[in-house]
Design a binder for this molecule. Structure first.
Ligand SMILES: [Zn+2]
Length: 499
């Protein structure tokens, strides 16, 4: 490998992408050389190439492993690459100054700038994300998004073992979690991601210090994370609604939502208060109003239930304060609400089950707040949750139905990639078996489509059927079902808001 040429190409790429300026060239090159253990630079003829930054970083990782600078372990390679890219990154204070300079011209300019920087710096893992299989599929509720998540790198058993040993021997709980602000610029270690090239934007949300970053594994356009400066539990309350609305007031082109604050119906991290947002219209955002209503306590707020597999109350209004009041009022009505006729029980033995997944946006000149009603009760029949994907859809999805799924994007496990290939062959009669847990589903498809399944159509059939399964997942997670009984029960709750 011509190491000097790889270094020069990386510097050239950083200049071309405007991560650094031409004036920074020699400085940056010297910093990279130091990390690579080189004390001299040799001009090589091959200075320009078509390789992208992730490819160049991979070449430098191989060099570092060969030279014994790092071990051939995923985490050590990531730590190394992240340090290499940090050479090009502005200091947090400089970044924030640039960001808010652009923000004052136009908020969209500021987020585009930061998103591009987060991608170009390889903090967002663009190359890995490109492996995901993503498509849209039509359903009676609009186009749902389906993603088979293949972006998570696989570790070999030795690395997993090493990680376990490190966790046992390491006394460190620094940073406390993946969302703590102490990750900014943190080198990383075995079992904790490399964050040398990670930067945060400082936000003030109703007098509290919050931070904006992008998700390293974006699932949709400009998938961002808002996190509290304080490591504290997720909580859905008045302040949540107020902060979400304040954020979309500051960034009207973004939506912002929060996972619920209870297990089963919440996200994977409940221990650090955070929200997710982005520049993307999910199917749920496009869903139409079904029944409109007014609330006599909040005369300026308009309410509606929408056409969606899960029960959603959509509030609209011009003022953050009034919408916050109305959302808080509904939350307080929902928390103790029981309706045994549809299996909703607010408490069992003092344990609370009701909560809300809220999503805020600014549209057509007014604020919107979607409140998705949730309940996490379990029974012997449904040990994972009554309002959670049921047994017969677990072959596609059995994880928590959090904010992203609720809005209409299925993030499905990597195993499905190969398994669906097998199902395809099974449907075409090229193979006589597929994973046992897919069999009832595959046989059902065979029956329903019959001879319509051909080599040309099988792909589309399967995409559509996965989409319909995901729809079932959402219906299972809904506390009020879409049938007559469920919708009447939903209306009873809405009526109770004016009692
Ligand atoms: Zn934390």
């Amino acid at each position: 490998m011509e190491i000097y040429s790889v270094i020069q190409k990386l510097v050239n790429k950083a200049i071309a992408l405007e991560i650094i300026q031409k004036q920074d060239e020699i400085y940056a090159r010297n910093q990279l050389m130091a990390l690579l253990g080189l004390d001299t630079f040799v001009e090589e003829s091959d200075r320009n190439g078509s390789e992208e930054i992730p490819d160049l970083l991979e070449q430098l990782e191989i060099y570092a492993v060969d030279k014994g600078l790092i071990r051939d372990l995923l985490d050590e390679k990531e730590i190394f690459s992240s340090k290499l890219m940090d050479v090009f990154m502005p200091r947090p204070s400089d970044l924030n100054r640039t960001f808010f300079g652009k923000y004052n011209e136009n908020p969209e300019k500021a987020t585009s700038f930061f998103y591009e920087l987060s991608r170009n710096s390889n903090y967002i893992q663009t190359k890995r994300i490109a492996r995901n299989l993503s498509y849209k599929t039509d359903t009676p509720y609009g186009e749902l998004d389906i993603t088979i998540n293949l972006s998570k790198p696989e570790k070999d058993p030795n690395e997993i073992e090493l990680e376990k040993r490190m966790k046992v021997t390491s006394m460190s709980d620094y940073p406390k979690c993946l969302l703590c602000i102490e990750n900014e610029g943190y080198e990383g270690r075995i079992g904790h991601p490399a964050r040398s090239n990670h930067r945060l934007i400082h936000l003030d949300l109703k007098g509290e210090q919050w931070y904006l970053q992008y998700s390293p594994y974006v699932y949709y356009n400009e998938h961002c994370i808002l996190l509290s400066g304080e490591h504290r539990d997720m909580k859905i309350n008045r302040e949540t609604f107020e902060r979400l609305l304040t954020f979309v007031e500051q960034f009207p082109h973004y939506f912002a939502g929060s996972n619920a604050d209870l297990p089963i119906v919440g996200g994977s991290i409940l221990s650090h208060d955070h929200y997710q947002g982005g520049h993307y219209d999910f199917a749920m955002a496009k869903a139409e109003d079904e029944c409109t209503f007014s609330m006599n306590r909040f005369s300026s707020v308009k309410g509606a239930s929408i056409k969606w597999p899960m029960p959603v109350i959509r509030l609209r209004g011009s003022h953050i304060a009034e919408l916050t009041d109305a959302a808080e009022f509904i939350l307080n009505k929902w928390i103790p609400y029981s309706d045994p006729s549809v299996g909703i029980e607010a408490y069992t033995e003092g344990t609370r089950h009701n909560t809300i997944t809220p999503i805020a946006r600014f549209r057509n000149g007014e604020f919107e707040m979607d409140l998705v009603l949730r309940n996490n009760r379990t029974t012997d029949e449904y040990p994972l949750g009554i309002f959670h994907p049921h047994q017969d859809v677990h072959h596609i999805k059995k994880e928590n139905i959090g904010l992203i799924e609720v809005m209409g994007l299925a993030v499905l496990p990597a195993r499905l990639k190969n398994e669906l290939e097998d199902v395809k062959k099974y449907l075409l009669g090229e193979k006589y078996e597929c994973a046992k847990y897919h069999l009832p589903w595959a046989n059902g498809i065979k029956e329903r489509y019959g001879t319509e399944i051909t080599r040309d159509s099988v792909e589309e059939v399967l995409k559509k059927e996965v989409g319909l399964k995901f729809l079932r997942v959402l219906e299972d997670a809904g506390v009020f079902k879409r049938d007559k009984t469920g919708q009447e029960a939903f209306q009873r709750f809405i009526h109770s808001l004016n009692e």
